[in-house]
Design a protein around this ligand. Structure first.
Ligand code: FPP
Length: 259
C-alpha cells in the first residue's frame, strides 16, 4: 500500500516505506514554518505539449496534497509563494487564468480547510487583482479567521523588496511623527512592519523546478532558513517529496552563526 521512498541523506542510502519515513519524522523536531516556492508549472506543461494553463491546473493538485501533508504532520505555518509582483508581466491569457484559480479553489477546497481548522491568510497586495479574485481571497480569510490550526499563507502579488521598502517608509513615518527614536529601530521593529508580522521566520524553504534562487521571496525573513531544492516541477511534487524535504531538514545542523 505504501510507496517505497528512497532515503537519499547519509552515505548508506536505504529504502524506507512512506509509513516508516513519516513515523521517523514524527519522532524528530517538526519545522514550525515551511515555505515553498512552487515553480515549474509552465515547463511541466510544455514538456507534455500542453498549454501553460494545464500546468497551473495540475499544480493545484500539488497545492492540495501539500496542504494536507503539512497539516497532518502538525506544521504550524505553511507559506506558498504562488504569484510574484513580477508575474503580471506574463501573457494576459495566462494571468487571467491564474486569477481565476483562487475562486475555483474556494469552491473545491474551502470546506475541507474549514473542517481541518486551517486559517488562510494572504501575504501580498490584493490591488491590481480582478474584483472576483479579491473577493475569493477575502472569503478564504473571513471564513477561516477563527480557525486555530495550521496557518496557510498564500503569497500572491508578493515581492520582498516592495515589502521591505514599505516597512522602511512606515518606520520613517513613525520617527517623523516622534513616536519612536532612531535608536529604537531594531530587528523586532522591522519584523513588526513586515507582512509576516507575528509569524516566525521560515525554518525551511523548498523550491521546485531545479532553479537555485530565491526570486524576491522573504528576503528579510530567510536570514537563517534552511534551503532545499528539487529538480521536480511543481505538478510532480507529491506528499512523498514533501516528507523527504522535511526529513532532510531534520537531519541538518542549524548553528545560526555559532559553532
Ligand atoms: C509557477 O510556475 C506557479 C505558478 C505561477 C502558480 C500560481 C498559482 C496561483 C496564483 C494560484 C494559487 C492561489 C490559490 C489561492 C489557490 P511557473 O508558471 O512559473 O512555471 P515555469 O517557471 O515553468 O514557467
Amino acid at each position: 500500500m505504501w510507496g517505497a521512498i528512497k532515503k537519499w541523506t547519509g552515505a548508506n542510502s536505504s529504502i524506507k516505506t512512506r509509513e516508516e519515513l513519516v513515523k521517523e519524522i514524527q519522532t524528530l523536531k517538526i519545522p514550525e514554518h515551511v515555505a515553498i516556492i512552487t515553480d515549474g508549472n509552465g515547463r511541466w506543461a510544455k514538456k507534455r505539449g500542453l498549454p501553460r494553463t494545464a500546468g497551473h491546473a495540475a499544480g493545484m493538485k500539488s497545492i492540495r496534497e501539500t496542504i494536507r501533508a503539512a497539516n497532518d504532520l502538525g506544521i504550524r505555518i505553511l507559506t506558498l509563494y504562488s504569484f510574484s509582483t513580477e508575474n503580471w508581466k506574463r501573457p494576459k491569457e495566462e494571468v487571467d487564468y491564474l486569477m481565476k484559480l483562487p475562486k475555483q479553489f474556494l469552491k473545491t477546497d474551502l470546506k475541507e480547510l474549514i473542517d481541518s481548522n486551517v486559517k488562510v491568510q494572504m501575504l501580498g497586495s490584493k490591488e491590481k487583482m480582478p474584483s472576483f479574485t479579491q473577493q475569493a481571497l477575502l472569503e478564504f480569510e473571513e471564513k477561516t479567521k477563527n480557525n486555530t490550526g495550521m496557518i496557510l499563507n498564500f503569497s500572491i502579488n508578493y515581492g520582498a523588496r516592495d515589502e521591505i521598502l514599505f516597512a522602511i517608509r512606515q518606520i520613517i513615518d513613525e520617527v517623523q511623527k516622534g513616536n519612536i527614536e532612531k535608536e529604537d529601530i531594531n530587528e523586532e521593529l522591522m519584523n513588526h512592519m513586515l507582512l509576516t508580522r507575528g509569524l516566525p521566520d521560515p525554518d525551511l524553504v523548498i523550491r521546485t523546478s531545479g532553479e537555485i534562487r530565491i526570486s524576491n521571496f522573504f528576503l528579510w525573513q530567510l536570514a537563517y532558513s534552511e534551503l532545499w531544492f528539487t529538480d521536480l516541477m511543481w505538478p510532480d511534487f507529491t506528499k512523498d517529496t514533501f516528507y523527504q524535504a522535511i526529513h532532510d531538514f531534520q537531519n541538518r545542523s542549524r548553528r545560526y552563526g555559532a559553532v
